[in-house]
Design a protein around this ligand. Structure first.
Ligand SMILES: Nc1ncnc2c1ncn2[C@@H]1O[C@H](COP(=O)(O)OP(=O)(O)OP(=O)(O)O)[C@@H](O)[C@H]1O
Ligand SMILES: [Mg+2]
Length: 257
């Protein structure tokens, strides 16, 4: 159970971006996706989300093949915290987070129920965002808004939570706090979580498994200590680095100039 990806290929026009991806992403675990800029990480998440339609291959979520399924149906199960949001709205933070309930409304004529409002409020509270409830979402700082995007994704009540660089705008304290909360939630609710991360040390700290991508391919999948080695970092990022281990054997990276 979790997400199984079989022979997935995706191109933008003539340009082949994802080349035959095969993966088994486990349920109730945090999986990190690593790889250089432009290697296809965001494109891969958008394919799982069904936002982009693959050229070929299959995505099986909790034993079910979602090929040809309506985006709204898929959105009841999979949610994404996007890398960038083209937000051009004057919605309040509460209303923006409530949008996470849209896939669950019985028909577009139905308003939100009391239950929907309650779920949105619980997630705002869970992420320490209640104080921003009445603010116009556009007026938040980059880091505040990034946490609001997570609140909206959680309000969707997903079985699969995709996060695209969820800590890129956060200070270290908020980054650690957010990943810790997501990790606890993933364990508690048995969610399958896939996070694209550029900070290799945070990936090592919080992820159970790592996937290393390069040029549209998955080169490696394994535990942080199997993936974050000096050889692999050199091969994938052309980076010279020293890898040290903490008392539990978790690797940490010191780049060498
Ligand atoms: N709409 C598009 N049309 C054409 N090419 C695109 C489009 N979107 C992305 N690409 C290209 O596809 C490739 C993969 O992009 P993607 O956003 O998946 O990379 P990424 O691994 O997420 O990179 P980053 O770490 O910089 O976010 C890049 O070369 C990018 O320029
Ligand atoms: Mg990206």
């Amino acid at each position: 159970m979790g997400v199984i990806v079989k022979d997935l290929k995706f191109s933008y026009g003539e340009k082949e971006i994802l080349k035959n991806i095969n993966l088994n992403i486990k349920k109730g675990k945090m999986t990190g996706i690593l790889g250089p800029n432009g290697c296809g990480k965001s494109t891969f998440l958008k394919n799982i989300l069904g936002y982009l339609k693959s050229d070929s291959g299959e995505v099986i979520i909790n034993d079910k093949n979602f090929k040809g399924i309506e985006k709204k149906e898929l959105a009841k199960i999979v949610s994404l915290v996007p890398q960038k949001s083209n937000l051009m709205t004057t919605l309040s933070v509460s209303d923006f987070v409530l949008m996470g309930r849209l896939p669950h409304l019985k028909s577009s004529w139905d308003g939100y129920s009391y239950e929907d409002v309650k779920i949105a409020e619980e997630n705002l509270e869970f992420l320490g965002l209640s104080k921003f409830k009445e603010r116009v979402a556009l007026s938040l700082s980059g880091g505040e808004f990034q946490r609001v995007l997570l609140a909206r994704a959680l309000t969707q009540n997903p079985r699969v939570l995709l996060l695209d660089e969820p800590t890129s705008a956060l200070d270290l304290n908020h980054a650690v706090e957010l990943l810790n909360r997501v990790r606890n939630l993933v364990l508690e609710r048995e969610i399958t979580s896939v996070a694209v991360l550029h900070d290799l040390n945070l990936a090592s700290m919080f992820c159970d498994e790592l996937i290393m991508m390069k040029d549209g391919e998955v080169l490696y999948q394994g535990k942080p200590e199997e993936i974050l080695t000096e050889e692999i970092l050199h091969e994938v990022y052309n980076l010279k680095a020293k890898v040290i281990k903490d008392e539990k054997g978790k690797p940490y990276i010191i780049p060498l100039v």
